[in-house]
Design a protein around this ligand. Structure first.
Ligand code: SF4
Length: 163
């Protein structure tokens, strides 16, 4: 298992492989970007009394939600598939690296919606296939070319890609 792939990279890759390539090299977006700030605010202020943050291996930060579910808070369901895969990777990591079989929940506070997520055998295979696909892209010398998508408008790298 590639220990350098953190769960956020899974989501970034599914939204835009170029963004994941940049993040993989610790080339971070402008931290004061308004969309990042909004995401952080929603993350920090939602369901606060039901959540507890923990670091696993000083690398994977998980939110434990009430009843022992691993939680992932998102500002909208726009990238729901990517968010679900990110959460599945947390569950996969906990199972493979720590022997913990846990379930998860996606939280969309602005939409007042939650969705339970379970690591089924099919989901495990999907994660493994995705990790194999990501490896050569992330390790390539050059980033994938910029490709306009609906995510560019709110991406903190938009100036880097399109200025
Ligand atoms: S601006 Fe668009 S192409 Fe560039 S990293 Fe962000 S999502 Fe990808």
């Amino acid at each position: 298992m590639n220990k350098y792939i953190n769960p956020y990279l899974i989501q970034a890759y599914l939204i835009c492989p170029r963004e994941a390539w940049l993040e993989y090299r610790a080339i971070y977006a402008e931290q004061e970007d308004q969309f990042l700030s909004l995401g952080r605010l929603i993350h920090e202020t939602s369901y606060r009394k039901f959540r507890r943050e923990l670091f696993v291996d000083q690398r994977v930060k998980i939110d434990l939600f009430k009843d022992g579910l691993v939680a992932e808070v998102k500002k909208s369901s726009r990238g729901e598939h990517a968010a679900r895969m990110q959460l599945l990777y947390y569950l996969y990591y906990l199972k493979r690296e720590k022997g913990l079989e846990m379930e998860g929940v996606l939280l969309f506070p602005k939409e007042k919606r939650t969705e339970k997520v379970r690591l089924s055998p099919e989901a495990e295979r999907e994660i493994e296939k995705l990790l194999q696909e990501m490896k050569p892209v992330l390790e390539a010398d050059k980033p994938p070319p910029a490709k306009r998508s609906r995510y560019c408008r709110s991406c903190a790298f938009r100036e880097f890609c399109w200025a």
